[in-house]
Every structure is written in structure tokens, then in C-alpha cells.
Design a protein around this ligand. Sequence first.
Ligand SMILES: Cc1cc2nc3c(=O)[nH]c(=O)nc-3n(C[C@H](O)[C@H](O)[C@H](O)COP(=O)(O)OP(=O)(O)OC[C@H]3O[C@@H](n4cnc5c(N)ncnc54)[C@H](O)[C@@H]3O)c2cc1C
Length: 379
Amino acid sequence: MSKRIVIIGGGAGGTITANLLARNLYRQLISGKVLINMITDRPDHIYQPGFLYIPFDKMREDEIVRRQSDLIDPHINLFVDPAVKIDRDNNVVITQSGREFPYDYLVIATGSRIMPDLIPGLREGAHWFYDIEGALKLRNALKTFDGGRVVITVGVPHKCPVAPLEMTFMLYDYFKQKGILDKTELYYTYPINRLHALEPVSNWTVPVFEKKGIKYETLFNMEEIDPVKKVLRSMEGSEVNYDLLITIPPHKGAEVVINSGLDKDGWIKTDKKTLKNEGYNNVYVVGDTTNIPISKAGSTAHFEADVVAERLSVEINGGDSSIDYDGKVVCFVETGFDEATYVWFNYNTPPSPTPPSRMLHWMKLGYNRLYWLSARGIL
Ligand SMILES: Cc1cc2nc3c(=O)[nH]c(=O)nc-3n(C[C@H](O)[C@H](O)[C@H](O)COP(=O)(O)OP(=O)(O)OC[C@H]3O[C@@H](n4cnc5c(N)ncnc54)[C@H](O)[C@@H]3O)c2cc1C
């Protein structure tokens, strides 16, 4: 009987894992000894880092979307049918159509999602750029904005910890180009007592904000928004007026993870090295949905996918893999329209942002195009 691998989630982590597995297990796949079923909930694959550029008309929607069936190895069976139940005790995943997918090995890569409705008034009174619709709406708002106070506020937890900073720096350049910087105040709030979760990134940001005149408030956790009075309130009791409010809404994991009782917020207990779901030897977790205290980022999902594909391939061939995830994350960080900085870090090495340069900006733009090779497991 063939060994059945089920992968839930056709985003960055799930797709890379599936394609690497298909390559590693090619012979077993074509001989029918291994079967890879991918369950996803949409026919398209979205390159989410592209959302950052849409509000500034620097990327179009069609540039960040591909058909999932075009990205995966033809030997992988693709089912566009959302998973509704993960039953780890009986080794089966059930989908919306009622189909059952028994597995020998399961990879959960269902990502994270924004939860704007957790903050009263957010949907009515604020913008976000963490999905296509939000990014397009923000693009329209920026077109008609002619000065005032722009507040960027960060909810937790959230994916891509550097995206709020990138948005702030790009807004600065956008207003400068538009000739309204002198009529515009940028105001940044962050939930903990510094400007970024990673201390070296926070230390790097402070002088840059000060040089650009970007004001900030720390220890600010969004509580509610009054869309009529245009006021943002924090749990700490602070009130900030705004003319344009850009939020990073708090996130949760996928509904299926919560509804299947894996975790109340969707963050699956994952061994930080083996990437196995704690207590389940045949279940791996990849990407944003892990509870590992590390950045939820595409690069994290990518490096984790490398480890999971390698471990699973060895296990399927009867071996015992000793390859571990070392916590590696790599991020190019836009510091405006023309320059970017770069950070990499892992469990043992903290990040150290490099001086911003045009070359790093071009590298980020280059990767935006090369991502599709990454998703195919080629890069
Ligand atoms: C604005 C923005 C900028 C970003 N910039 C960067 C960056 O510069 N660098 C970086 O490394 N990362 C960046 N990221 C983060 C990156 O996009 C995510 O961390 C990455 O996509 C996580 O991969 P994942 O596979 O865990 O989740 P996803 O890529 O979100 O994939 C999850 C998949 O699971 C599917 N799914 C969910 N529920 C079900 C279900 N019930 N059944 C079946 N399928 C389901 C979803 O539809 C989705 O396809 C950015 C994100 C945003 C929003």
C-alpha cells in the first residue's frame, strides 16, 4: 500500500514543501509507492509580500497571483476543497465537500489570517494592506489624501514583523513625491515598549524615525476605533486622533485549526527544531501556523519547508532524519522607494540590519519576481 502524505494549505510553506517532496520522492511517486494529496481552499496562490506595493501603484494584483495548479509538480494531487476537520487521532482530514483524506503523514501549512473584527470600529474607520482588497482600498484613499495625520498602528500577533515599518518608510517617500510631506504627520504606534519586537531592529529604527520626523508611541495596544470622531484608543488609555488610519489587524491561525481543537487561536504546538506537532510523530507544521516564537514570514516558511521535506523523505524511506530547523529567517526591508536594508537571524544569532542601499532594494524587487521559482522548490 502506498504511503499517503496529506498537505493542508497551498500557500508559501505548503507549496514549497509539496514540490520538494515531489522531487525527493520522485521514484516512489511515479511507482505509486507514495501519494501526495494537497488540500487547499482557493484555486489561486497569492504572493502576499506584493500587498505592500499595491497602495503605491508599484505592483498590480495580477502580478502577485498565480494558479496553484501551475505551481505544483504534476505528480501532486490538488484538491481545492477547504479542510474542515483535522482528526489527528484517526489520521484523517475531512473537507467541506465531505471527502475524507486518510494519511500516514500530515503537513499542516494553513497560515494565518487577519481579524479586523476583533477591534471595534476597525472595519469602518481604518485601512489595512494585509489582503488584496485592503491594499486596493488604501491605494484609493492615498490618491485623495492631501495632508493631515497618518497613524500606523500595529496589532499582535501578526505576520511579517517588518511590513509596518516598510509601509511607514514608503508612505514617507510617497508624501514627499506628492509634495505634501510638510502638511503630513506620520505617527507610528507599537504594542511593546520599543519600536519592533526584535531589539536590534528597534534600535536601528529609532534614529531613522527621528531623522525623518516620524513620531511614535510605544506600549500602545489597539482597543477600539471611533470612526466618526476619528480617534484610536489603546488598552493603556491613550487616545490618538487621525485623518488616515492604517492598521495591522491582529491575526489568528486558520479556522480549521481552531475548530478541530488544535489550539484556541490557531497556533499549533510545534517542536522548534523537528517541526513536529508536539505529541504527534506523523504530523509536521510549517509556516505562520506554528507557535514557535519566531517571525511569521515567508522566508521562515521556506526554511521550515526545506527541513520538513528533508525529514519526511528520510522517514518515508525508513530512516531517521537528524536535520533540524535552526530558526533561520531572512528579510529584505524597504526603507523607502529606492533603498532597502537586510536582516537575517536564527535561534542563536540576533539580527543586525545592514546600512540601506539601492542594491538591497533591487534585490528585494528581484525576489518579488523570483518568488515563483521559490514556490516551485527551484530557488
Ligand atoms: C503585507 C505583507 C508583506 C509581507 N512581506 C514579507 C516579506 O517581505 N518577507 C517574508 O518573508 N514574508 C513576508 N510576508 C509574510 C508571508 O507572506 C507569510 O508569512 C507566508 O505567506 C506564510 O506562509 P504560510 O504557508 O504559513 O501561509 P500562507 O502563505 O498564508 O498559506 C496558507 C494557505 O493555507 C490555505 N488555507 C487556510 N485554511 C485552509 C483550509 N481550511 N483548508 C485548506 N487550505 C487552507 C490558505 O488559503 C493559504 O493558501 C508578508 C505578508 C504580508 C501580508
